[in-house]
Design a protein around this ligand. Sequence first.
Ligand SMILES: Nc1nc2c(ncn2[C@@H]2O[C@H](COP(=O)(O)OP(=O)(O)O)[C@@H](O)[C@H]2O)c(=O)[nH]1
Ligand SMILES: [Mg+2]
Length: 184
Amino acid sequence: MLVKLLVAGPLAVGKTTLIDAVSETKPWHTEETMTRAGADTDILAGVQDKTTTTVAIDFGRRTMDEDLVLYLFGTPGQKRFRLLWEDVSRGALGALVLVDSRRLGDSFEVMNMLEEQGLSYAVAVNTFPDSPDVPIDTLRVALDLAPTTPLVTCDARDTVSSLHALIALVKHLLLPSIPEVSPC
Ligand SMILES: Nc1nc2c(ncn2[C@@H]2O[C@H](COP(=O)(O)OP(=O)(O)O)[C@@H](O)[C@H]2O)c(=O)[nH]1
Ligand SMILES: [Mg+2]
């Protein structure tokens, strides 16, 4: 089975990093150097080192087992790419929403877009060195997630950790009756 999934989230949350970490093919990216023109719209509080931004999509592929191959599309988190985002999301089964716990509110827009499109999602909190140590249940409340929406933590740079996040999503999409996996 071939499954198309989105890896969605705001700027600099780790979408490209996660796809790099799990893809068995050389990931395909479109990144552009950020310019002054985007300075007022791309809010970079806490991520000042970021010098590129995804203006279109990332693409990677991951074989989970002989029956399941994931096609991963990293989708731009900025509102001005919404039309492109809707195109990329066509045919997707669901999405992994990446969240940075230092700026939770930045992920609401992507979750709203997914809900408007009727796409199911799981949420993965990508941990950065200075991320606050917030209990997962507190994050669930702060993100206003439905009780059935999987919520895990991950390190997008780490293949196993990122795969755990994707597995939580795939279980949610394909095997909704199975209990959610524990946070990785
Ligand atoms: N410490 C840490 N840094 C990360 C992690 N994920 C991404 N980064 C870094 O954060 C920056 C933004 O990541 P990127 O994947 O480009 O974000 P994107 O805009 O969502 O595609 C890059 O410099 C990454 O190396 C993580 O889990 N931990
Ligand atoms: Mg990117």
